[in-house]
Design a protein around this ligand. Structure first.
Ligand code: IPD
Ligand code: CA
Ligand code: CA
Length: 264
């Protein structure tokens, strides 16, 4: 394992242990916008991660969700989600994680996602595979949408809800079902681990998807936007799948979008 991934793992474990410990206590909840929560755990986890990353890699840039990142003209940039699944965390639903992704010139080269509830550590290095607790990951072999278990998410603000409800409705009819577990980073890791056959979301930030997107491609899966165009870390949409169901799903996305009533 390269040094940067070893250190990312160490930090993800440490921050994961912190949020697991804080999960046992009452939380201070604040609102960034209605239904967009932030807790003391998000902030404390981010402070720990940024401090550790900066002390190991003082020249690297850091983009962190709660705003304490560091600018730099380095080719290396860390994308940090200190607590992915904040709404779950705040309600005591145990699906949340820490996600660290490292990009070199805009391309993700390493990722570590740690789920402290299940003690599951997902790691990936570009060209060297994806692992769950040191076991090599492979996407599922499911061939058709009708045999697939899918996942999606809804951003904590309303703009894209309506169209995603329509996608949710249609894909529920065409598959084994859709899960909305509330942590995009873990959803992507679940595609990499073959637990989900596909996952889409319309408006994610780079810290939600940097590490998880590499897990999927390194596990043999495919990542694009909903129209099947190349994935962009700084873009909003994502569709990750085992590759086999990709085309069929993209077709459904485009049919649903095309059938939407034009707005008055
Ligand atoms: C959210 C989660 C959720 C996804 C939202 C994200 P947060 O991240 O990943 O599953 O649907 O779009 O914003 O706020 O819990 O870090
Ligand atoms: Ca997130
Ligand atoms: Ca977060």
């Amino acid at each position: 394992m390269p040094e940067y991934l070893e250190i990312a793992v160490e930090i993800a474990r440490e921050a994961g242990a912190l949020i697991a410990q804080l999960a046992q206590r009452p939380h201070e909840i604040a609102y960034k916008r209605p239904a967009d929560l932030v807790t003391d755990a998000d902030r404390r986890s981010e402070a720990l991660i940024v401090e550790r990353l900066h002390s190991h890699f003082p020249k690297h840039a850091i983009v962190a969700e709660e705003g304490s990142g560091l600018e730099s003209d380095s080719d290396y940039c860390w994308y940090v989600d200190p607590l992915d699944g904040t709404t779950n965390f705040a309600h005591g639903f145990p699906v949340f994680c820490v996600s660290l992704g490292l990009a070199y010139r805009g391309e993700v080269i390493a990722g570590a996602v740690y789920d402290p509830t299940r003690e599951e550590l997902f790691t990936a290095e570009r060209g060297a595979g994806a692992y769950l607790n040191h076991r090599r990951l492979n996407v599922s072999k499911t061939r058709t949408l009708s045999e697939s278990l899918l996942a999606t998410g809804f951003p904590p603000f309303a703009s894209n809800h309506e169209v995603n409800m329509e996608l949710f409705f249609r894909l529920t009819q065409l598959s084994h079902g859709i899960r909305r577990a509330g942590s995009a980073a873990l959803d992507l890791c679940s595609v990499a681990a073959g637990r989900f056959d596909g996952f889409w979301e319309l408006k994610l930030n780079p810290w939600d998807k940097a590490a998880g997107s590499l897990m999927v491609t390194e596990a043999g899966g495919k990542i694009t936007d909903l129209a099947g165009r190349p994935f962009e870390l700084l873009g909003h949409e994502i569709f990750a799948s085992n590759g086999h169901i990709h085309e069929e799903s993209v077709q459904v996305f485009s049919e649903v979008m095309a059938q939407r009533a034009p707005r008055a």
